[in-house]
Design a protein around this ligand. Structure first.
Ligand code: AMP
Ligand code: GLY
Length: 424
């Protein structure tokens, strides 16, 4: 079959790489893709947020399956528009994508469905939000309700920091429209994990567990980012924890959406905090995690094309996933300055040597300029390796990264440290 993948980041590179290796797939087209994806798919310069352009592309390419990578087009209703034209689409319609598009919608739905999550309030008024902060005290969490690429969450250790965050968001200076509603949340304590599910109507198929490092700096310090590295499996997600997340979070939220008339087809990403009182939901996403998708695709043995087509066509029931037994770990290389501003167009060398050292190099924010690969985004590369243990995979990636020739790039040196500590 012919598959069209929408998006152009590290997640989409991992998906195209895996689809190209699927027996069921004869051709992969990616819109817009990137210079790394071009090795695994035919890239077409239509942006992932250009809904009309994507509809026209689908009409001319006539793919058998369309896989939508990022959240923005899903929240904008790309799934609905493509399904109206009878395409097989992997990715939810707008109403279900709202689970990620609006944190206030998502928190209220969790509350209605009795799903474990942090206590919360939704505010549009600065003074009322500040009253809540004063009465709950720090540490406390402030979130922009709308889409903010993983950066709209402030875990404030002081009331002052929380108040500043609320003012920034509600004034519209930080995150624009996405920050016009804020969520104030109780601060949960525990270890975090990413539990992803392929969902098709009532059928929910768990993927292997993974864990992401959202903070910018070693030791999980500094501001939140889209993710600086990830690995799979996450040893803290035992079989019992996985079962609890499925039964107390994933099934009830899919059922709650259905009661609202929103059927879910796509990837449901549950960000969980493993607290003393059990797993609690931090957030839902409606697509594969990035970078989590990169180690997951490295470990997946099943034919990805077949699984995603079955989900899109609502015949997922009975399908099982097979995984490589060991671990996979991905380290993100970012531009100096990310998640703030940075200089684009810097040449990146050493990519062939990094791959030759036993890794898969997924491109996220790269661009081609005069025959060279340059940085074009904040998160630029995802360097991924597999190994018998997380420690082994970690060693391979960091050894390979010694060949990186890019003074303007940086990466965390401790991705996987929790899992490695558990292993030893
Ligand atoms: P979110 O995008 O909602 O998952 O938030 C991004 C990150 O902020 C999470 O991965 C957590 O590290 C942190 N975070 C979010 N909500 C909470 C909370 N209620 N308590 C503690 N940390 C949180
Ligand atoms: N890595 C976190 C996310 O994809 O939202």
């Amino acid at each position: 079959m012919k598959v069209l993948v929408v998006g152009g980041g590290g997640r989409e590179h991992a998906l195209c790489w895996k689809l190209k290796r699927s027996v069921s797939v004869s051709e992969v087209v990616c819109a817009p893709g990137n210079p790394g994806i071009a090795a695994d798919a035919r890239c077409v310069p239509v942006g992932a947020e250009n809904i009309n352009g994507l509809l026209a592309l689908a009409a001319s390419e006539k793919p058998d399956l369309i896989v939508v990578g990022p959240e923005v087009p899903l929240v904008a209703g790309l799934g609905n528009r493509l399904r109206e034209k009878s395409f097989a689409v992997f990715g939810p319609d707008k109403a279900a994508a709202n689970l990620e598009g609006s944190k206030s919608f998502s928190k209220r739905l969790m509350y209605e469905a009795g799903i474990p999550t942090a206590r919360f309030e939704v505010h549009v008024n600065v003074d009322e939000a500040i009253d809540t902060i004063r009465s709950w005290g720090a540490p406390i969490v402030v979130k922009a309700s709308g889409l903010a690429a993983g950066k709209g969450v402030i875990v404030a250790q002081s009331e002052k920091k929380a108040v500043d965050a609320v003012r920034d968001m509600l004034s519209g200076n930080a995150f624009g429209e996405a920050g016009s509603q804020v969520i104030i949340e109780e601060c949960l304590v525990g270890e975090e994990a990413s539990c992803l599910f392929i969902v098709s109507g009532d059928t929910i198929l768990p993927l292997a567990s993974s864990q992401d490092h959202k903070a910018l700096l070693d030791g999980d310090l500094g501001p939140n980012t889209g993710g600086m590295g990830a690995y799979s499996p996450a040893p803290c997600v035992t079989a019992a924890v996985a079962e609890q997340v499925l039964e107390t979070i994933a099934r009830p939220i899919v059922a709650a959406l259905k009661r609202k008339g929103a059927e879910f087809i796509g990837t449901l990403y549950v960000g969980v905090m493993l607290t003393e009182d059990g797993p609690k939901t931090l957030e839902f996403n409606v697509r594969f995690g990035d970078p989590e998708c990169q180690p997951l695709m490295n470990r997946l043995k099943s034919d990805l094309g077949e699984v995603l087509l079955a989900a899109a066509e609502k015949r997922l029931d009975g399908i099982e996933l097979e995984w490589e037994k060991g671990s996979a770990l991905c380290v993100v290389v970012a531009s100096d300055g990310y998640p703030g501003s940075f200089e684009k167009g810097q040449p990146i060398g050493g990519l062939d040597a990094i791959a030759a050292a036993g890794t898969t190099v997924f491109h996220a924010g790269t661009a081609a300029k005069n025959g060279a690969i340059v940085n074009g985004g904040g998160r630029v590369l995802g360097v991924t390796a597999t190994g018998a243990t997380v420690k082994e995979a970690q060693h391979t990636v960091y050894h390979a990264l010694e060949s990186l020739d890019w003074p303007g790039g940086f990466y965390r040196r401790d991705i996987g440290y929790r899992a490695v500590a558990r292993e030893s």
